[in-house]
Design a protein around this ligand. Structure first.
Ligand SMILES: *[C@@H]1O[C@H](CO)[C@@H](O)[C@H](O)[C@H]1NC(C)=O
Ligand SMILES: *[C@@H]1O[C@H](CO)[C@@H](O)[C@H](O)[C@H]1NC(C)=O
Ligand SMILES: *[C@@H]1O[C@H](CO)[C@@H](O)[C@H](O)[C@H]1NC(C)=O
Ligand SMILES: *[C@@H]1O[C@H](CO)[C@@H](O)[C@H](O)[C@H]1NC(C)=O
Ligand SMILES: CC(=O)N[C@H]1CO[C@H](CO)[C@@H](O)[C@@H]1O
Length: 458
């Protein structure tokens, strides 16, 4: 069981479908007349979470303990939401779905490939997960693949005509779409308010309208992964996009806007920020693999900087083992990463500093004594859209702690870039002793800073 769909098509196959009821919201730049895409409050609240987890725990697992009930690893990592794979491509449902459908003989038959037909009948992993997320006060959501279902012989949203393997059920395309709709209804109506809904590989044009309506009725606040096609037809205004790889890297230049599965597009009228999903296990392994090595702490710190540090929300895989628990080594690595983030970014460098921003889009930090810094964290207030188009970080660099901070030292460029958006972290080539930092910008409207902070972690 591997994620293949969003490699295949990060966006859905709805090409040619009429653009839906969601028109992009934007305003016009008072400076150059360009379009500035406007976010929904749900999209901003989601970007604010910065880190989530995607939990893969399914049919290969036979529970004899009350597993999958703890979110310790997610919280130790600092994740603010967890999305559970409720049905992967096998078609197996980890909740006792009560959906029935008509077979080719027009008999009503149950969808009998669920936890209720397994040795752990009586349990409902989806419900345990939701209860647990609530207890730990983190958002919850579901992944349900609508484009593949091996049990029903479905690939790319179509029931394949021709050959059926033993155990596969013979249905029509129309019946398949109805089953998807009914199972999504169960997941979206019975388990509270969802933070995120994951469409791996999108959804088909035949499914789109019903999904859009059901979302509006049941989960209007959820952010929708792969919610838009590149032609601009979306199932929700709260859509988010895939970054285009499963490595845990965003391009250096990565905008909160645009519909393509890459660094996006600052000229797009669609606010549609990116999510970077990746694994802790090596080899792009999502489900627990026996003896599968883990990526090192150093590599995961790099992942943090290339995702959260490049305006992408990090969604890290959590893979419970066959007992339903997070293996000890995995738990330790999530905690180490969470600890690193806290210790490096928890609070800016000590010492007093005076801050100011101005109409020129600058941000100035005057330090009261020469201070060692090796990185800067920049955050834009995107309430009225992402408006900064480039920035340059300059510092007054001195040689010693005893340097006179009043002395006239020239500014020196220490880092620069284009997109900031929710967050940009720049690690300098080397640490410097600074007395003042000046961030300059170019923009399509006067920027509002959410925060600028200096750190020393090396
Ligand atoms: C099943 O119902 C459909 C629609 O009512 C009908 O066209 C079809 O002939 C029926 N099939 C069988 C095997 O009875
Ligand atoms: C489902 O639809 C696809 C695309 O139209 C078609 O190729 C396929 O044969 C259909 N499947 C069945 C079982 O009719
Ligand atoms: C599936 O149903 C169709 C339509 O009744 C039939 O033509 C086909 O032979 C069936 N396939 C199998 C493997 O039963
Ligand atoms: C960043 O600095 C380099 C070196 O001075 C320059 O070539 C590049 O154009 C700058 N980029 C931005 C976005 O400021
Ligand atoms: C690597 C990558 O996808 N970069 C993109 C970043 O965003 C700009 C749009 O402003 C694209 O042109 C780049 O291709």
């Amino acid at each position: 069981m591997r994620f293949t769909n969003h490699i295949l098509t990060g966006i859905c196959a709805a090409t040619g479908a009429l653009a839906g009821s969601y028109q992009p919201k934007f305003r016009v730049s008072p400076i150059d007349g360009s379009k500035i895409a406007l976010p929904t409050k749900e999209q901003l609240a989601w970007q604010d979470k910065e880190i989530g987890v995607l939990i893969h725990f399914e049919i290969a697992t036979y529970l004899d303990i009350d597993g999958c009930n703890k979110m310790d690893s997610a919280t130790a990592l600092g994740a603010k939401y967890a999305t559970l794979v409720a049905k992967h491509n096998c078609g197996f449902a980890i909740w006792p779905s009560e959906v029935t459908f008509q077979d080719r003989e027009n008999q009503t038959v149950p969808y009998d490939y669920t936890i209720a037909q397994s040795p752990v009948r009586g349990q409902n992993i989806v419900k345990s997960f939701v209860d647990s997320a609530k207890k730990y006060d983190i958002g919850h959501g579901f992944y349900y693949s609508v484009v593949v279902n091996n049990y029903l012989n479905v690939q790319d949203s179509d029931v394949r005509a021709g050959t059926w393997a033993p155990g596969q059920v013979n249905i029509t395309n129309g019946t398949y779409d109805q089953i998807v709709y009914n199972q999504l209804s169960e997941l979206w109506k019975d388990y509270g308010s969802l933070t995120e809904i994951w469409f791996d590989g999108g959804y088909s044009s035949d499914q789109k309208d019903k999904i859009e309506t059901l979302l509006k009725e049941t989960q209007p606040q959820a952010v929708i992964f792969n919610g838009c096609d590149t032609d601009g037809s979306c199932v929700s205004a709260n859509s988010i996009r895939w970054i285009g790889t499963e490595l845990g890297e965003a391009p250096e230049e990565n905008w909160s806007t645009g519909l393509t599965n890459d660094g996006g597009d600052h000229t797009s009228p669609y606010f549609c920020p990116a999510e970077c999903d990746t694994t802790l296990q090596t080899d792009d392994r999502w489900f627990f693999g026996v003896d599968q090595p883990l990526r090192s702490l150093e590599e995961m710190i790099g992942v943090y900087h290339k995702t959260v540090g490049q305006n992408c929300i990090l969604e890290l895989d959590l893979s419970p083992d066959r007992s339903g628990a997070i293996p000890k080594e995995h738990a330790a690595r999530y905690r180490e990463l969470g600890d690193f983030i806290n210790s490096c970014y928890g609070k800016p460098v000590a010492g007093h500093a005076a801050h100011s921003s101005n109409e020129k889009g600058e941000y100035i930090i005057k330090l009261h004594k020469p201070t060692n810094i090796d990185r800067i964290v920049l955050m834009e207030d995107q309430t009225n859209g992402q408006v900064i188009r480039s920035y340059q970080v300059h510092a007054k660099v001195v040689e010693s702690q005893d340097a006179d901070i009043a002395a006239d030292v020239p500014f020196k460029l220490v880092s620069n870039g284009t997109s900031i958006g929710h967050k940009k972290i720049d690690i300098f080539d080397k640490a410097v002793l600074a007395t003042e930092v000046l961030v300059k910008t170019t923009f399509v409207d006067t920027p509002k800073w959410r925060s600028v902070s200096l750190h020393a972690c090396a």
